[in-house]
Design a protein around this ligand. Structure first.
Ligand SMILES: NC(=O)c1ccc[n+]([C@@H]2O[C@H](COP(=O)([O-])OP(=O)(O)OC[C@H]3O[C@@H](n4cnc5c(N)ncnc54)[C@H](OP(=O)(O)O)[C@@H]3O)[C@@H](O)[C@H]2O)c1
Length: 291
């Protein structure tokens, strides 16, 4: 069956990627106009639609970047904490499985987890909440993680084959100067189908939703230059210099994706390592004619 209301609702970036994938697989879905912190509206929406599953892509990261949350703390809490908890709780009350897109920006490298060492596993407690965005995502995850009906997918620097303003590629291109750090990331071209498969199988618990391995900011810029925009230039600066121009500190971290890789292999789906997934994403982008 086909989707409805796509042009009017669900205008978020990740929402669009999920809708595209659901459309491809012929799944029926509805996009909800309801604010997720509105308990009465969420409950009556669930009672009206009677969904078999819910996928939550609503949340705020802020634009042009997460610094926005430093000046809009109430909005960040209402969406990322109260909204997420309310939606999960309402789904719980109605016996509905929910897939929640969360953030992996709740970890920061430490002496046991250098960027070229072992990544943080799902069992290791988050260690980062210094920016208000990360703080809101950390509190949110703590609030919902024990519900038996929730699948938590931790995104990190998500990147897809487009130039949407929320895409990691677009974010990097916008900056005049970049740090060049290896981080884990979520290459949506490879990962969006995985999210749908996990949701369909009603998996629960937390997944580091990142491709195995890491990639640097410069690697993404090089690929953009090679495949999309030959005129692209950029300069690097240090973490200390970056800190001076940002309102809130940023995290750099490697996540262990082995739980995801193993689970998806069980469903016959391959999670590509970060480098291969990046190459695939840029090949698709080039074929789409992005410049
Ligand atoms: N993109 C990234 O870099 C990134 C990284 C890690 C995690 N994430 C998380 O992934 C999720 C999706 O991000 P995205 O990149 O798709 O962001 P996006 O393009 O800004 O989309 C977010 C969507 O959520 C909706 N929304 C926000 N608060 C809401 C609320 N209280 N009730 C109902 N809808 C609400 C927004 O609608 P309105 O505009 O109408 O408010 C918007 O359509 C977010 O939770 C984000 O924090 C994103």
């Amino acid at each position: 069956m086909q989707r409805i209301d796509r042009d009017k609702l669900g205008n978020g970036w990740v929402s669009g990627l999920i809708q595209e994938e659901l459309t491809k697989s012929g799944d029926y879905y509805e996009v909800s106009p309801v604010r997720i912190e509105n308990r009465e509206a969420v409950l009556s929406e669930i009672d009206r639609v009677k969904p078999t599953r819910v996928i939550n892509t609503a949340g705020v990261r802020g634009f042009p970047n997460a610094d926005w949350c430093e000046d809009h703390k109430d909005a960040a809490i209402r969406s990322n904490v109260i909204g997420a908890a309310n939606l999960v709780d309402c789904c719980f009350l109605r016996g509905v499985h929910i897939t929640h897109f969360a953030s992996a920006c709740i970890y920061d490298q430490d002496e046991n987890h250098p960027l070229d060492g072992p990544g943080f596993t799902e069992e290791e407690p988050p260690n980062y909440g210094e920016s208000f965005y990360s703080y809101s995502k950390l509190i949110s995850e703590q609030a919902i993680k024990n519900y038996p009906n929730v699948l938590i997918l931790r995104l990190r620097n998500p990147l897809a084959a487009d130039l949407h303003p929320m895409n990691f590629i677009t974010k990097l291109i916008r900056y005049e100067k970049l740090v060049n750090i290896a981080n884990s990331g979520t290459i949506m071209t490879n990962m969006t189908p995985a999210a749908i498969i996990l949701s369909k199988h009603r998996e629960t618990g937390i997944f580091n939703f990142t491709n195995p391995g890491t990639f640097t900011h410069n690697e993404v810029m090089e690929l953009t230059k090679t495949h999309i925009r030959p005129s692209l230039t950029w300069t690097n600066f240090s973490l200390e210099e970056q800190r001076r121009v940002l309102k809130a500190p940023r995290t750099n971290a490697k996540l262990d994706a082995s739980k995801l890789v193993k689970t998806m292999a069980g469903y016959g789906y391959t999670i590509l390592n970060a480098q291969d997934a990046l190459a695939e994403a840029f090949t698709i982008m080039k074929a789409k004619g992005y410049k």
